[in-house]
Design a protein. Structure first.
Length: 248
């Protein structure tokens, strides 16, 4: 499967229909999922060159064609145990945040299209705040699939890939810093990082929402409250494109 050939019209259709495509894969017979929009391709696992002093979950690098990819041992990351490499394991090659990453998994089951409304956000007993790596739980047929937060995984392994807050702080304070800014983002990690970046830049009035529906309902209330239907009290809206309940 090569995601680079997916047309823009199909991507727009997914947003318009409020649906997402999930690639299901297994690790120790447990089902997990990744948003297909983050997947470039899948390939059979191959020999990896180790890199000294790297994160325990980083196997090393490999170069299948013209690019070098960092290989993450996802079973190791999720369980903390070094896994015995099996025949016919799979590399999921991802394409997000301009990073070239390959994630080792045991099998790839297939791709399912599901409504965002069918994806539930894990409660705090499963997803302990900023430490949780599950963005949602999807019911696919008779199976429950845990959708992983790959941005969080990459940030854990390589913190320098995240937002550089020290650089933002050097920019100093900003005018109009009390203007309300709406942030709609389902990833706990990204929401935290963006909020911290805005606060470091001097923007103190950040309104956070977990999904598009919450943000939309808030805007509806603001519109009713204004009387003239305007949204002048909101200075900026930052939104993810694909989110539970309602797209960005």
């Amino acid at each position: 499967m090569n995601n680079s050939n997916r047309g823009k019209s199909e991507i727009l259709l997914e947003s318009g229909t409020n649906e997402i495509e999930i690639m299901e894969f297994t690790i120790y017979d447990e089902l997990y999922g990744i948003n297909v929009a983050k997947v470039k391709e899948i390939m059979m696992a191959s020999k990896v060159k180790p890199i000294p002093h790297s994160h325990p979950a980083v196997e090393g690098i490999f170069k299948p064609r013209d690019k070098v990819y960092t290989v993450v041992d996802l079973p190791m990351y999720l369980t903390g145990k070094e896994s015995d490499k099996q025949d016919k394991e799979i590399f999921i090659i991802t394409n997000f945040n301009r990073l070239h990453m390959a994630f080792r998994v045991h099998t790839v089951v297939g791709i399912s299209r599901v409504s965002w409304k069918a994806i539930q956000k894990p409660d705090k007993t499963l997803n302990s705040g900023e430490e949780g790596i599950a963005t949602g739980i999807a019911q696919l047929g008779d199976d429950l699939v845990t959708i992983l937060d790959f941005e969080k995984i990459v940030s854990d392994i390589s913190p320098e890939t995240g937002i550089q807050l020290d650089s933002i702080a050097k920019m100093g304070t900003r005018a109009r810093n009390e203007i309300p800014i709406m942030l709609a983002e389902d990833s706990v990690l990204l929401s935290k990082m963006i909020t911290e970046a805005l606060l470091r830049a001097g923007y103190t009035n950040v309104l956070k929402f977990n999904n598009g529906e919450e943000a939309w309902n808030y805007l509806g209330k603001m519109k009713e409250k204004s009387g003239d239907g305007s949204m002048q009290e909101i200075g900026l809206i930052i939104t993810d494109i694909e989110m539970p309940k309602m797209d960005g």
